[in-house]
Design a protein around this ligand. Structure first.
Ligand SMILES: [Zn+2]
Length: 445
């Protein structure tokens, strides 16, 4: 460890082996050793002692809509990555839609990379998109480094990103399985959505009834059947319906290669408390009842749900009208996700180690980023420093994302991020940011 440039010390370091007092040495942006707390600091190394604040691996958020270029008035790489850094996130993977162009060809991927390169405060990777007419583009996108492909089974909300019908799903999935890629799916069945009562208007109960659980359950069953038939790898995005958990468990038991994520808003907000007209709470699939939420927490605890990601999907404030049918669907959660999840996790008896597993270790594993997701020798020196017992009340003015609309306004949350570190450099400290130091990531080949 004589070449260590930086030494980080805390009485609570979260490592894969558990939480302990430790000294972490860093050289050239990598963790070189995790040593006993009282290890000697090498001559010439800079010591940062965080006392009782927790040192945890930087979070890896694999579900973010940055919308840049094309809808940069909704969000952009500069603002999204600052919000992420402020919230302890050091890696994000950008969704292929809501930007113009969508990430559905290699050429479009290059456009997005060029836009992101100088604005990224954290490391950024990209998902590709699977559309009805771009099967020929999937392999080239895979080779160009996207982490997998997103598809919708029902309308996406933007015209340039049409959904796949059953035959198109089978075709795309067969292509992706051919190179053992990963298909990530917005699973709501269009026929069940069409059959549900569509009243529109400001009542949340009407909106919830318009996106029923069986739409999710049916789409997930379809996806699992296809994955099984093709021995393909699939990932269920933003699971909301707890009714789908038994069939996911059964598929796993059979060896189907399916992973599952859920989101902070499904774990911390409930349908019962959404005020009518409050479309900052609108997302698809919707936030459901408290009893449903309890089952999602159980599924996280038992491993049926692998990970927690934000699905940060902002728009301008004017699109968040008080009519749930027509308001933009998407919740902005980047900066608050760690604190929101930690607040509810601790109330339910979970530890920060669990939160780290759901929001860093497993998300890094989902996209194959072996250099992320843990405080261990050889990994990138990406960290968040958290005061887990401090509280704050969410004030939209303090948020870094472009449009300061949030479903968490006024809530008191536990867990204040004191600083965030990317490859050994402190990128945000008490709300002060450095210049962008993020790099663009590609799927490990
Ligand atoms: Zn999304």
């Amino acid at each position: 460890m004589s070449d260590a440039e930086l030494v980080l010390r805390s009485t609570r370091v979260i490592t894969p082996e558990g939480t302990r007092a430790a000294t972490v040495t860093v050289s050239a942006g990598k963790i070189t050793a995790v040593l006993p707390y009282d290890a000697e600091v090498p001559a010439g190394a800079r010591l940062e002692d965080f006392g009782d604040h927790v040192l945890l691996p930087g979070l890896v958020d694999t579900h973010v809509h940055v919308n840049d270029p094309g809808r940069t008035e909704w969000e952009g790489f500069w603002t999204a990555t600052r919000a992420a850094a402020a919230g302890g996130i050091t890696t994000l993977v950008d969704m292929p839609l809501n930007s113009l162009p969508p990430t559905t060809t290699v050429q479009n991927l290059r456009v997005k990379q060029d836009v992101a390169r100088d604005k990224a405060h954290i490391d950024v990777g990209f998902w590709g998109g699977a559309l009805p007419d771009n099967v020929k583009d999937l392999r080239p996108l895979h080779d160009a480094g996207v982490f997998g492909f997103k598809a919708f089974l029902s309308p996406s909300g933007v015209d340039e990103f049409p959904h796949l019908d059953q035959d198109q799903l089978a075709q795309s999935l067969a292509e992706i399985a051919g190179f053992d890629g990963l298909l990530i799916v917005h699973a709501e069945d269009p026929h069940h959505l069409a059959a549900a009562p569509q009243h529109g208007g400001p009542r949340y109960a009407d909106f919830l009834a318009s996106r029923p659980r069986d739409a999710e359950d049916t789409a997930i069953a379809t996806l699992i059947a296809q994955a099984k038939r093709l021995d393909a790898r699939v990932h269920i995005l933003h699971l909301s319906s707890s009714d789908a958990l038994p069939l996911i468990r059964a598929a796993r038991a059979e060896g189907v290669r399916v992973t599952v994520e859920t989101c902070p808003h499904y774990l911390t907000l409930t349908a019962e408390e959404v005020p009518d007209g409050a479309s900052e709470f609108k997302c698809c699939p919707p936030i459901r009842e408290a009893a449903n939420q309890d089952l999602l927490w159980q599924a996280l605890a038992d491993g049926t749900v692998d990970c927690v990601v934000t699905d940060h999907s902002p728009s301008t404030a004017d699109l968040k009208t008080d009519d749930f049918a027509t308001a933009w669907g998407g919740i902005s959660g980047l900066q608050l996700s760690l604190s929101a999840v930690w607040t509810e996790a601790r109330r339910r008896g979970h530890g920060l180690e669990d939160v780290v597993r759901w929001m860093s270790e497993r998300t890094a594993a989902l996209v194959g980023l072996d250099q992320k997701g843990a405080i261990a020798p050889g990994r990138d020196a990406d960290f968040a420093v958290l005061a887990p017992d401090e509280t704050f009340t969410v004030d939209p003015v303090a948020l870094q994302h472009r449009n300061r609309v949030t479903a968490y306004a006024g809530r008191t949350l536990h867990g204040v991020v004191k600083s965030t570190w990317l490859r050994g450099e402190r990128i945000v400290h008490d709300g002060e940011f450095t210049e962008p130091k993020g790099t663009l990531l590609a799927r490990p080949q």
